[in-house]
Design a protein around this ligand. Structure first.
Ligand code: ADP
Ligand code: MG
Length: 321
């Protein structure tokens, strides 16, 4: 039994994309730890580097430098064979189940594909069908769907198929990248409940990526808020909503349309302008160009991470000692 507290530990993670318009600095020395059996929500506006994080952890895009420790081993040092083996334990569920499901394969084939490619079952093994049926049931999919095609189903059902495909491999860690963002609100909560249930049952650890704070609130134990490739605030989920420190988090929270009492009384803070280009990010604190509390030093000096309360980290000059 592996008794370590953190399943995934990310250290100094840097990711760049080389493009015609220059080098995109998508992640700049990111640090993050994911506790076993818990969900860490990763939030921030579109383009801040959330998907890059998910893809870098799974090495779907190769990081420029840094470390991704999975159960204590740095996956960035793994060779192809070891990485293939590791992929069983580290899965990803994408936003658009339609784009990520092969339209020419039946639901049963889609869910079974990973099982045969990882050598867990031989093709045609009757035990495999039985196992797939069990996974489908766990994911709320009716057995008649086994021989049907993904396009015959709704977005919510297709997302269940995507989840079943990932979970069939009994992973330990799952990245959910905007996994409910394309769904109607009522379907969203069904899928969120399913993900929570499956996490409890299998003791999974999630990195739950979304641009939507109202979604992340319900599923996350802790929340990491990021801006332009950097962490700005990280704390227990409830704590983040109760005691918000970073002006960026404050602005994000104030934008959630809600009548809930814990968000009541927040005045809406408009974030002006777009997120700046990660090709030429602002100097000092990257958020200074849009920050309501910007001070002179914010423009030149990069803020350091502070633990403002136990387990609550903020990267902002307002909290310098
Ligand atoms: P998010 O998921 O938070 O919306 P992404 O991780 O997709 O953000 O993107 C972070 C930044 O990296 C953005 O500026 C985006 O344009 C850029 N980017 C993402 N993927 C690529 C790529 N394949 N090539 C070049 N730039 C990319
Ligand atoms: Mg994304």
């Amino acid at each position: 039994m592996d008794e370590r507290k953190y399943v995934v530990e990310i250290k100094d993670l840097e990711v760049e994309y080389r493009t015609d318009s220059g080098v995109v600095h998508a992640l700049n020395g990111f640090e993050m730890k994911l506790e076993k059996g818990k969900t860490l929500g990763l939030v921030g506006e579109s383009g801040c580097g959330k998907s890059t994080m998910g893809r870098a952890i799974l090495r779907l895009h190769e990081p420029t430098s840094g470390h991704v420790y999975f159960q204590g081993e740095d996956v960035l040092t793994f060779d192809k064979a070891k990485m293939k083996h590791m992929r069983r334990d580290m899965q990803i569920v994408f936003q658009d189940p339609f784009a990520s499901l092969n339209p020419r394969m039946t639901v049963g084939q889609i869910i079974g594909e990973g099982l045969t490619s990882h050598g867990i079952y031989k093709r045609g093994d009757p035990a495999m069908k039985e196992y797939i049926m069990k996974v489908m049931e766990d994911c709320g999919l009716a057995s008649y769907m086994f021989n049907r095609y993904p396009h015959q189903f709704s977005g919510g059902q297709r997302q269940r198929i995507g989840i079943a495909r990932s979970l069939a491999l009994s992973p330990k860690f799952v990245v959910c990248d905007e996994a409910v963002s394309a769904l109607d609100v009522s379907i969203q909560s069904q899928i969120l409940n399913l993900l929570s249930e499956l996490r409890e049952k299998a003791g999974l650890t999630y990195l739950f990526i979304t641009h939507d704070l109202s979604v992340v609130k319900y599923i996350s134990d802790r929340i990491c808020v990021m801006y332009l490739g950097n962490m700005v605030e990280l704390s227990e989920s409830e704590e983040l909503f109760k005691h918000t420190y970073h002006p960026y988090t404050e602005a994000l929270l104030s934008a959630i349309p809600t009548t809930e009492e814990d968000n009541g009384g927040r005045e809406r803070i408009l974030l002006e302008g777009d997120i700046p280009s990660p090709v030429n990010p602002p100097s000092g604190c990257k958020f200074h160009t849009r920050c309501a509390n910007c001070m002179a030093r914010c423009k030149v000096e990069e803020p350091q991470q502070r633990e403002v309360e136990p387990g609550h980290f903020v990267v902002c000059h307002l909290y310098d000692k």
